[in-house]
Design a protein around this ligand. Sequence first.
Ligand code: NAD
Length: 298
Amino acid sequence: MSAKLIMGTEIREEILKEIKREVDEIKAKHGVVPGLVTILVGENPASISYVTLKIKTAHQVGFKEIQDSQPVDISEAALLALIDKYNKDDSINGILVQLPLPKHVDEKKVLNAIDPDKDVDGFHPVNVGRLMIGGAEVKFPPCTPAGIQELIVRSGTKTSGAEVVVVGRSNIVGKPIANMMLQKGPGADSTVTIVHTRTKDLAFHCKRADILIVAAGVPGLVKPEWIKPGACVIDVGVNRIGVNEKTGKAILRGDVDFDAAKEIAGSITPVPGGVGPMTITMLMKNTLKSLKFKLGIA
Ligand code: NAD
C-alpha cells in the first residue's frame, strides 16, 4: 500500500490564501497591512535567491515589503543601528536578517538586537522562552517547526497521545518541534522522544513512532524497516546529492529512504515539496500575527 503524500506545495497555497484574506480584511477595517523588512548583507547567491522568494511571497499576500541590501563590509555598529531604526518603525511588524552574516559581524549580537515583538523568525531568546512556556505566551513559533506542525494537523494526523519521535536536536528544528508537540492543546499533546547522534539505538525509537519527524541532514538515514506501519513520516532533511545534468539543478533527497518508506508509512512528506515550502509560508503567518498583536486582534 502506498502512503498518502503530505504535499507542502498544496498546503502552502491554502495557508497563503487564508493570510491574503485576513490581510485584505485588516486593510479594509484598520487601513494598515503587515510590514516585513529583510536585511541582506553581501551577495551570497543562496541568500539572494531565498530573499527573492520571501519578497515574492510577501507581495503575493499583500504585505508592505522592504528589501534592505547592505554591502558586505557594513560595520557591526551600522547594522545594529539599522535594526534599531526598524525596531522603532511603526509600519514594520517583522524584521528578518538573512544569515549567514560576514565574519566580522557578531551574528548573535545582531539577532538579539531585534525587538522580540518583531522577531518573526522566532529565534530571539525571549521567543525561545515563550515557546518553552507554551500556550498564550507563544508569539512567533520558529518557521520550519511551525510548518511541520501545520503539515501534521492539516493532513488530519491525530497528535493527542501520539508517540512522536524527533530525529535531531538542533535549535532551529529538532528542539523546537519536540517542544511544540509536547505542549497542551490542539495539534500537540504528544509523548515526545528526541534522538540524536549519541542515541544508542536509533531504530528502536523510530519504530515506536506514530509520528516520525526526521531532521538530521543525512540522506537516507531512516530505513524503511524503522518505520511503524501506518506512521506519519515528516522528512525535514534537504540533502544535495548531485546535479541533474539536463537542468543543471541540484538533485535533492531527504533523510528518509522515500521510495521504500512510502510503502510502509500511512502518510509521508516528499523531498522536495513537503516541509520546504512551509518555512516562508509560516514567516508570512508570523508577520501577520505580529500586526494582529499590535492591533489587539490576535
Ligand atoms: P543540524 O545539522 O543543525 O542538526 C542535525 C541534528 O541531527 C543534530 O542534532 C544531530 O545530532 C542529528 N543527527 C545528525 N546525524 C545523525 C545521525 N546519524 N543519527 C542521529 N542523529 C543525527 O541540522 P538542522 O538545521 O536541524 O537541519 C536538519 C536537516 O533539515 C538538514 O538537511 C537541513 O537542510 C534541513 N532543513 C530544512 C528546512 C526546510 O525545509 N525548510 C529548514 C531547516 C532545515
